[in-house]
Design a protein around this ligand. Structure first.
Ligand SMILES: [Zn+2]
Length: 188
């Protein structure tokens, strides 16, 4: 049994946040070394499958001219447009048949950074008997941060997989990590 397999137990879930082409080098909103999270997450995904721990993959999935885009006075260049290559998961990411996909960022009126934001994910996790979340993905100071904080607010125990996430900016990443730890997240 690998070390990660020993860490994962019944009642756990793995949440892989937005590991999509547009957030990796060469994408529309690239995060420095964003692709480096892929091999790390793959080890966690494989271990989760070996331990029958459910894996949830969130994806940013925007309509064209989404409200979060600069053309609409939002913060970001157009990215993760529905059905585009940029919106696909990184090609090397292990997305198993049993994966549950959580789609967000589809609303016309506001952005959804957290995988919990109006997706029903908390109810689904409780339905699946999940109590503890292991979270990694992109970006640490945006969607991972929002997902971790919401997970804690929904009374899940939350662990951030420290080497499975990267921030948009180094300073943002430091701030986000402190915010997550202060809110009660563990680092693994
Ligand atoms: Zn987005």
């Amino acid at each position: 049994m690998t070390k990660i397999e020993e860490t994962l137990h019944r009642g756990d879930a793995l949440i892989v946040v937005d590991v999509q082409n547009d957030f990796c080098p060469g994408g529309a909103l690239p995060i420095e070394n964003g692709d480096k999270v892929v091999p790390v997450l793959n080890r966690w995904i494989d271990a989760a499958l070996a331990q029958n721990v459910p894996v949830y993959f969130s994806r940013d999935w925007h309509p064209v001219q989404h409200i979060s885009f600069t053309e609409r006075d939002g913060l970001w260049p157009p990215h993760c447009i529905q059905d585009s290559k940029g919106a696909r998961f990184h090609p090397d990411l292990h997305v198993p048949e049993s994966a549950v996909i959580v789609t967000k960022g589809t609303r016309f009126d506001h952005d959804q950074n957290s995988a919990f934001d109006e997706t029903g994910l908390a109810a689904q996790l409780r339905h699946d008997g999940v109590r503890r979340l292991f979270v990694g993905g992109l970006a640490e100071d945006v969607c991972v941060l929002a997902t971790v904080l919401d997970g804690l607010n929904e009374n899940f125990e939350v662990a951030l997989i420290a080497d499975a996430t990267r921030p948009v900016t180094a300073s943002g990443g430091e701030k986000a990590r402190k915010q997550m730890e202060d809110a009660g997240a563990h680092l693994v």
